[in-house]
Design a protein. Structure first.
Length: 111
């Protein structure tokens, strides 16, 4: 098996495992993953919102907030897991396409 096939196989395995970040906290009744807090959660945890976070929190709006699709805020677990997998596929496709395009441009410039 070539290194490229092994790489893609590894990526497929990671895509399949993506919902574990949703399933395990739900199963073990834990909080969100470390570092994935919004300003309100931070305020509850530490008692205030750091100035930098308060100032920059609204600059970026994720295209798929919480890895869900529009109107999917109250989805059941199987649908949330599917949204996680689809989000992973979309993200990997976008990044792979960008890397492929940049590789073509770079190789054309170095010929």
């Amino acid at each position: 098996m070539t290194i490229i096939k092994k790489l893609w196989l590894g990526i497929v395995v990671l895509i399949i495992l993506t919902p574990l970040g949703l399933i395990l906290p739900h199963y073990f009744h834990t909080q969100d993953a470390w570092g994935e807090w919004d300003p309100d959660q931070l305020k509850n945890m530490i008692g205030y919102i750091p100035q930098g976070i308060a100032r920059l929190a609204d600059i970026w709006k994720a295209p798929l907030p919480d890895y869900n699709f529009k109107g999917g805020g109250n989805m059941d677990m199987p649908h949330q897991c599917m949204a996680y997998v689809i989000s992973a596929i979309i993200g990997i496709a976008l990044i792979s396409g960008l890397v492929f395009f940049l590789g073509k441009v770079w190789s054309r410039n170095n010929d």
